[in-house]
Write a protein that binds this ligand. Structure first.
Ligand SMILES: [Zn+2]
Length: 305
């Protein structure tokens, strides 16, 4: 969360082609940030950040000499940084869902945002701890059952989502058997925003390591990628990639569905971390962050005019 002090401002050093001007104002409930390249073609990349919420705007081949406008409207702070030939502007936003509109001209762009009213019905996430009951899933070298790890992680994920104001329900809350079909139809019946199925990976031998994520239908790619990135970037798991597979639990064409395998229960080292409550807590936090990002701040594609 943003503190009261502004982000550090570093002095610009690079020589570059477009000298930029920036302005900020607040009118009719909307905050407007304009970047002007004063007659030169402006290219930029916009991305949304989470924890703390912010907009990042990178202008390649740009320079900025200040001054920054005083924060107003839905802006907590403003900072910039010259990074080689590009300049990066960061805009701190209050917590909550935002939608950012872009109005482009050849040499200028205006970003316009207002806080979205909080939906009356909170977005609902269905968390699916894989296996359970008579189906233990994979079993580790010391006898750790995948079904148990999946459930413990699912319960922690539910707690983390609650902190982010995201409602969730589990397809099972104890060590019981649930068939595959009802897990997906359950999510459809609730009109959930997503189904996140939690599993542990397993492979013959003890060497395999890392996190792997799956989707089945193309509409689920953004979800699978966002959650997988959270496992790699925030949790620091070795990256085995996002893959497509005809997994039955991911078959819904109505609800974006992804399956996450955080680690290999067949690898003694990874079995140990999967059992570790602290690791489970960190994994839950990372996945919850990814879910929040998918719901409220999806990445925008890179833009070049
Ligand atoms: Zn499994």
């Amino acid at each position: 969360v943003f503190g009261p002090s502004p982000l550090p401002v570093l002095s610009p050093t690079a020589v570059s082609s477009a000298s930029l001007a920036i302005s900020l104002n607040y009118r009719l409930g909307a905050t407007r940030l304009s970047i002007n390249a004063k007659g030169k073609t402006l290219s930029y990349q916009l991305s949304h950040g989470y924890a703390p919420p912010r907009l990042s705007i990178r202008v390649p081949r740009g320079s900025f000499e200040g001054p920054l406008p005083v924060p107003c409207g839905e802006t907590l702070n403003l900072a910039y940084r010259q990074e080689g030939e590009s300049v990066l502007f960061e805009v701190g936003l209050p917590e909550g869902p935002f939608e950012v509109e872009e109005q482009k001209k050849n040499d200028a762009v205006t970003f316009l945002w207002k806080p979205q009213p909080r939906p009356k019905v909170l977005p609902l996430v269905v968390i699916d701890p894989g296996h359970g009951g008579m189906d233990p899933g994979a079993v580790g070298p010391t006898g750790l059952r995948e079904s148990q790890v999946n459930l413990e992680l699912a319960l922690k994920l539910k707690d983390e989502l609650k902190k982010l104001n995201v409602d969730s329900v589990l397809t099972r809350e104890s060590d019981v058997f649930v068939d595959l079909a009802p897990r997906s139809t359950f999510a459809e019946g609730l009109n959930a925003r997503m189904l996140v199925s939690l599993h542990c990976n397993s492979y013959p031998g003890s060497e395999a390591t890392g996190a792997e994520s799956y989707y089945r239908l193309d509409g689920s790619i953004p979800l699978a990628k966002t959650l997988h990135n959270a496992l790699i970037e925030d949790l620091g798991r070795p990256d085995r990639g996002v893959r497509q597979a005809r997994l039955y639990v991911l078959r819904s064409s109505l609800i974006p569905s992804a399956l996450l395998e955080t680690a290999f229960i067949s690898n003694p080292n990874e079995e140990a971390i999967l059992k570790d409550q602290e690791f489970q807590g960190q994994a839950a936090k990372a996945i919850a962050g990814g879910i929040w990002q998918y719901l409220f701040a999806p990445a925008t594609p890179e833009l070049t005019p």
